[in-house]
Design a protein. Sequence first.
Lengths: 184, 206
Amino acid sequence: MSEVRIDYQGLSRRAGEFDFRRASFAELEAGLALAEQLTGQSMATPASIHWIDGLTGMAGWVTGDPVDGVFITVPLSAGGVAAVRDGSFVPAWPSLAHICCKGEACGGVYIGAYAGATKESRRRVMMAAGITRLEFFAPVACFARGATEDGKRSMLSLGFHAIEGGLPDLWGQDPLPVSQEQAA
Amino acid sequence: MRPRPDFGELSLTRPLDPAMLAQFSAGPVRTLEEYQQAMTLRAAVYMAEQDCPYEEEYDGNDFSCTHFLVREGARPAGTCRVRWFADFAKIERSTIIPAYRGTPALRVLMAETCEVISRKGYRVALAQIQSRLWPVWSRVFRCRVVTGRPHFAFSDFDYCEMEIPIAPHPQALTIRADPLQIIRPEGDWDQPGVLDRSASRPAEAA
């Protein structure tokens, strides 16, 4: 299985070009409330995402002031990828062994939420998700839940496909072709 | 009503069920009576059950740490103590008496303990655990055994080191926190304390 070493500074810089920043706790509260409102789905608690973000150095991102877009992305360990595939991964309360803590090898990415309240913020969310996926995580698989029809449509447009087994409504995207130097 | 330990419970493998917090309460020891309860629980478990010598159990660190107690109603069920270092907290002497093993007492105790550790701004806790008990602790905490470190032994048991990530607390107390908040009783920083009330008396000029 491919793994990747995350370039945290580069990721933060690139996300910033789409007006995304690492969220404070208050911004996570606002972002997750927004995502719940827009998707009609219950989300992980802000405290839980804050915990994951602190360990991984990259999980909780927001845009706008006040927050009008949110992007939750959890880097996975190799064990985490296996857990997503076999259904034992708990997105709202993941095992420590399933997440890729800062500095560890990343085996995959789980997108927990992406949502924007306006056309512009939705565009920024989609651009940030697509570009960072391509530039920083191409060698590894990417996963998300197809919670809503809108979400499924946007995932289809990004090249995701439904995966049988594992978590309910699991969608995934295989590793993308990468240049030699990007692969770990 | 005591606030839920939203950040402390993140160190656990599963969130606390509200019923657990209805059954058990936990927090820092603040009185001599509570201190005596904590010492009694440890005597029952470590000295009586594990045959630990008195001088090894009461090792000279009990007046330089924070003790925690978990109760069901008024009845003490377990205890632990935390010692504070520059960038980590060390959880020690975790004890649940036999009548409460297998109940949520341990989880409530550890969630409340980690809540205080988190509120103080720490991001990691260390515990030295009996190696044979790793299967138990790994079901309680989202934690890992520290790799690249030798196992070691004392008081007739093999030990290893376990690291527990502590959630970042959005209201962590800093050196610039409200001066009256800082001097409130440990773990009760959001309720005005006796010294807040004393502030209404006129102060003498220096």
